[in-house]
Design a protein around this ligand. Structure first.
Ligand code: UDP
Ligand code: MG
Length: 336
């Protein structure tokens, strides 16, 4: 294959939030993998890891600095504060310099040897390669149930999403440049990337336990991501409300006709308490619910219109940004 004689530079992008326990092992394993792939001429010797410290409170950034001083394979970015997994990932994707980017979590839950398979798919001409989990036996029942139910719900609402694919994927330079043109602030990469198009492929793997440390995705963050995923991509909840309103309207018309019929054609007058008070409660509830859903969208519009920057890079480690004046460096960082 001609491509193999001209292997591409691979950047592996890894968002890290309080990952001091796993980071050295992750970097060791991925470093070995890169070396093997370079030896096989599957990737260029300049291939590297891009570790994005998402405002960690532990020694994550110190470790990244140490590792990048030891090896030219390791580069790092430090975000000015914690911006969440999706933003950290985006910072890495937008700033890593490889021809091909693979994003992966820091905790070694995703089988790293799949990166080789992803590269093979890339050389076959696919520009986005999705890593898809075969089974979720290592996740708790609760996590599995909620995650799979959520994917199902999303697809029912018309969000184009790859089932059981998280953020373990390969993207070519072209698709990264395409991603850059999306300016939305509420990021849900899993939903956005399938809308880019290009030739795509899927590779399958088993998901393991976290290598060390605890999940950095507590229920609260998971729910926030889930709500973002729906409201950033789908107007189905709004349509559902509209439909509900319509049905209730028809129903109340029928009731009125019936009430009028009783009044005109029978002697049983119904000055009932229930018939006048209950609807107030029912409609009140529905109105509040509707307002809640509309409010969710309005808040999205509000956030989007502000066009706030999604992250700032505070510092860089490793080769990439070296040799520039401090001013130029800060200007460049702030503008990205
Ligand atoms: N992460 C991050 N910022 C956050 C939370 C998580 O960069 O605010 C990173 C984390 O370091 C890990 C990845 O996102 O590399 C996925 O997190 P985790 O493994 O805790 O999620 P889970 O696998 O439990 O869904
Ligand atoms: Mg994990």
């Amino acid at each position: 294959m001609s491509e193999m004689e001209n292997p591409v530079v691979l950047s592996v992008v890894i968002p890290c939030y309080n990952e001091e326990e796993v980071l050295p092992e992750t970097v060791k394993q991925l470093g070995e993998l890169l070396n093997n792939m370079v030896a096989e001429k599957l990737i260029h010797p300049d291939s590297h890891l891009c570790l994005v410290d998402d405002g960690s409170k532990d020694r994550t950034w110190e470790i990244i600095q140490e590792l990048s001083a030891q090896s030219s394979q390791v580069r790092g970015l430090k975000l000015a504060r914690n911006r969440g997994h999706q933003n950290a990932l985006l910072a890495g994707l937008e700033n890593a310099e490889g021809d091909v980017l693979v994003s992966i979590d820091a905790d070694l839950q995703d089988d790293i040897t799949v990166i080789r398979t992803m590269m093979m798919e890339y050389y076959k001409g696919h520009e986005i390669v999705y890593g898809v989990r075969k089974k979720r036996t290592t996740d708790s029942f609760f996590k599995r149930f909620t995650a799979e139910g959520y994917y199902y719900l999303l697809s029912k609402m018309g969000v184009n999403i790859v089932f059981n694919h998280a953020d373990y994927r390969l993207m070519s330079r072209r698709t990264i440049e395409a991603l850059r043109r999306y300016e939305e602030v509420n990021l849900f990469l899993r939903g956005i990337i399938p809308t880019i198009g290009f030739s795509t492929a899927e590779v399958y793997y088993d998901r393991a336990e976290r290598f060390a440390g605890e999940s950095k995705y507590p229920l609260k963050k998971m729910l926030a991501l889930a709500v973002d995923g729906i409201t950033s991509f789908s107007a189905v909840p709004l349509r559902f409300i509209a439909g509900l309103g319509f049905i209730i309207f028809i129903f109340s018309m029928l009731i009125s006709v019936w009430a009028l019929g009783v009044r005109l054609f029978t002697d049983e007058a119904i000055p009932g308490w229930a018939s006048s008070v209950l609807p107030m409660y029912v409609l009140g509830g529905i109105q509040i619910l509707s307002l809640g859903v509309i409010g969710e969208y309005v808040s999205k519009i509000y956030m989007e219109t502000k066009r706030r920057p999604r992250y700032f890079i505070e510092r860089a480690a490793g080769q990439s940004l070296e040799g520039q004046s401090e001013l130029a460096r800060i200007r460049e960082q702030i503008s990205t």
